[in-house]
Design a protein around this ligand. Structure first.
Ligand code: ADP
Ligand code: MG
Length: 702
């Protein structure tokens, strides 16, 4: 258990952060590094050499023997290859070395990372390049250096490079706009992200007994437990002692790595939990989220749990997401999405708010795609999750503000409303300007937007790349319309242009319940896309509109866009392929074994009973046997269909066609098979099954 008194010292103790650099680097070197971090200037080799030497010294003091360039290839996971600091001397001894060159650049053999056709396997060379804006840290005896990853030809092969590019693009456009609006002291604008991470914990032994969880991260069969989440007794419920010990340990590990874990609670589904950090600059937040997921799994293992990060580990109860809280903040400390006291007259706020509204409407399909994965497809449109339609919730006050823009009459704030709870002993406080809306996929929440569609298991880089770029584009468009005006004329023009922009994009605003069928109908009338699956959405990624957007802002080249298209589709098809095979094996072997064993015992029981009681009816036993026989017959036929169609899928070549086939045929077969498999499983006592049931997995945490 962490010593609370020592926490301020322990926080970030494994991080080569600003404080360590300030203490250990010569002043001029520290300044040079700072300039690189703040302004993105190039770092000279002598500076890199000095930083490397200091880093090595610090890392060794903290127990590190190795260093690794840590990067995020397009698998969506992180990658690392470790080199020790040792360098042998002639006399058999060693010295510990780490040069500036080794810090700045790495050359991993990149041939086995997905490149989507950007690089043939024989062109193996890839480079990793140090990202000084995300601090290095120590984990498992290695110094981890966050890096970007690109091919020999300079194409991005990772998630960090385009994210950094998109942050810069948004900053450039925002600074231009702010200068025009009279905020000339702003030099840079930062994207900030807080990503709330949902996860499930289950007993590790249960996890190991299920092939579906081991191979695919989600359960592919499993009759529902007699209790689900209908009592809503888990959400914010008392955290059980063993789970609480896990959460303490997790916090401690994260804090040492400088990850500002802040909030923890039980989520809606049984055995589901959430962790939210304090928000940080986008690229650090993304790195930290990747690390958080890894540490969650590692700490779970120590506590005899398995941490499930899949978007839909269990059928019939809520899945897990990763709410992406997003805002933009100037280097002068101004949050551009903070409405302030008088939002109706807060021009920068209105300009950036409108840019976000326009961006989300205009690029909805690409935004939808940025969160698409085989796992997340199960979640979008499900019970708790937002539907696949993208709309924006702005809340009551902003709705009034926008009405003011529309009608040309600036909205006057009503001031804060006092909240009195009817008992004098309770404190009085001011009420928020708007209630929450849990059903909106993109909700304004006071001074930021919360994008609720991202899935729990994947990097949030993609979502933020698209968001940053789309908003940069809309800010640029507004700038173009306004740049020739100044003074009072500019003020008038701003309101006129905002009104026009609102008229064009207000169809995306929706404050009602996003989970109803009426909304689906209404959204269709408004012309809002409802892209239910990854293959449905994929063509938008390589559309002219998308290519223009990304190339104009220097985020992706056309080739990079196409490579990502190939990788996403391939990844999708492969995931479902593995699921289909795993499901077949589980049904054919594990479930069938249970069915046969139980049937055998039942049949024996009937014979014995009839020997003992002549003419015994055996209604119960024969009834179960009959039901089991019916279910298993249907199961058998569905199994054959799935097996045939999976073989058929293997023959397909073209990426989109293959993915569509997996989506429309193989997934449907799996659903059908599951129906009968679950029907059979529900008839069998637990002891006949070689794997744990839903009830055991979901309700056994202490
Ligand atoms: P809730 O579950 O009620 O939405 P949480 O506290 O779980 O709220 O998560 C809110 C997240 O939003 C936190 O990670 C928080 O740090 C983050 N956040 C707050 N302000 C900003 C901001 N300006 N930019 C980005 N994220 C922010
Ligand atoms: Mg939360």
């Amino acid at each position: 258990m962490i010593d609370a008194g020592k926490l301020t010292e322990e926080f970030g103790s494994l991080v080569f952060n600003d404080k360590v650099m300030r203490e250990r680097l010569p002043k001029d070197i520290y300044k040079a590094v700072h300039k690189t971090i703040e302004k993105g200037t190039h770092l000279e080799l002598d500076v890199a050499n000095c930083v490397a030497a200091t880093m090595k010294e610090w890392a060794i003091e903290n127990g590190a023997t190795h260093f690794t360039h840590w990067f995020q290839p397009m698998t969506g996971l992180t990658a690392e290859k470790h080199d020790s600091f040792i360098s042998p001397l002639d006399d058999g001894r060693i010295i510990m070395e780490f040069s500036g060159k080794e810090l700045v650049k790495g050359e991993p053999d990149a041939s086995s990372f997905p490149s989507g056709g950007l690089r043939a396997t024989f062109e193996a060379r890839g480079y990793t390049a140090w990202d000084p804006s995300s601090p290095a840290f120590i984990k498992d005896g290695s110094l981890y250096i966050p890096t970007a990853f690109c091919s020999y030809g300079g194409e991005a092969l990772d998630k960090k490079t385009p994210l950094l590019r998109s942050m810069e693009a948004l900053s450039n456009e925002a600074v231009k706009m702010l200068h025009l609006l009279g905020y000339e002291d702003v030099n840079r604008v930062n994207t900030t992200i807080g990503s709330e991470q949902e996860y499930f914990l289950i007993d590790k032994d249960f996890y190991k007994q299920r092939k579906d969880l081991l191979f695919t991260g989600r359960t592919l069969i499993g009759a529902p437990a007699t209790k689900g989440q209908e009592m809503e007794d888990h959400y914010f419920g008392v955290i059980k002692p063993k789970v609480s010990a896990y959460m303490h340990d997790l916090d401690e590990e994260l804090w040492k790595l400088g990850i500002p874990a802040k909030t923890k609670h039980n989520e809606v589904a049984p055995s589901q939990h959430e962790l939210a950090p304090v928000f940080e600059t986008a690229n650090i937040a993304v790195d930290h989220n990747q690390l958080t997921m890894e540490v969650m799994k590692k700490v779970a293992d120590k506590h005899n749990y398995a941490c499930l990060l899949h978007e839909k580990p269990f059928e019939g109860i809520n899945g897990s997401g990763k709410h992406n809280n997003w805002s933009i903040c100037t280097d002068t400390g101004m949050n551009l999405l903070d409405p302030g006291k008088n939002p109706g007259e807060n021009i920068p706020f209105l300009v950036f708010l409108m840019s976000v509204i326009a961006a989300v409407d205009e690029y909805a399909p690409i935004l939808r795609l940025s969160v698409a994965s085989a796992g997340n497809d199960h979640r979008l449109g499900g019970n708790e999750a937002p539907p696949a339609i993208i709309s924006i919730f702005v809340g009551d006050e902003l709705a009034e503000v926008l009405k003011g823009v529309e009608e040309g009459a600036a909205y006057k704030s009503q001031g804060k409303v006092q909240m009195a709870m009817g008992a004098t002993v309770l404190p009085h406080f001011t009420k928020d300007n708007t209630d929450r809306n849990r059903t909106s996929p993109f909700a304004f929440t006071g001074n930021k937007f919360e994008f609720r569609m991202p899935g729990s298991s994947v990097s949030v880089a993609n979502a933020n790349i698209v968001l940053n770029t789309a908003v940069a584009e809309e800010v640029a468009k507004l700038y173009e319309k306004l740049s020739s005006y100044s003074g009072d004329e500019l003020k008038e023009k701003v309101m006129e242009i905002l009104k026009e922009t609102l008229a064009e994009h207000k169809r995306v605003l929706f404050n009602g319940n996003g989970y109803t069928d009426e909304w689906v109908e209404e959204a269709a009338k408004r012309g809002l896309p409802n892209l239910k699956s990854l293959p449905d959405a994929m063509p938008y990624w390589i559309s002219d509109e998308s290519i223009e957007l990304f190339t104009r802002h220097g985020i992706f080249t056309k080739e990079e866009i196409h490579s990502r298209y190939e990788i996403l589709l391939e990844n999708y098809s492969k995931s479902i392929h593995i699921e289909a095979l795993t499901m077949q094996e589980m049904v054919r072997k594990d479930l069938t074994e249970g069915i046969i064993a139980y049937e055998k015992d039942l049949s024996k029981e009937i014979l014995q009973k009839r020997e003992a009681i002549e003419g015994a009816a055996c209604t119960l036993e024969t009834g179960i046997l009959k039901s089991l026989d019916d279910a298993s017959a249907k199961m058998c036929s569905a199994l054959k269909t799935l097996a045939d169609d999976t073989k058929e899928a293997e023959k397909k070549v073209e990426a989109l066609e293959t993915a569509s086939y997996y989506q429309s045929t193989v997934l449907k077969d799996m659903e059908e098979l599951r129906k009968y498999a679950d029907e059979a499983e529900a008839l069998i006592p637990d002891k006949y099954l070689s794997y744990p049931t839903y009830g055991q997995m979901l309700f056994s945490l202490r």
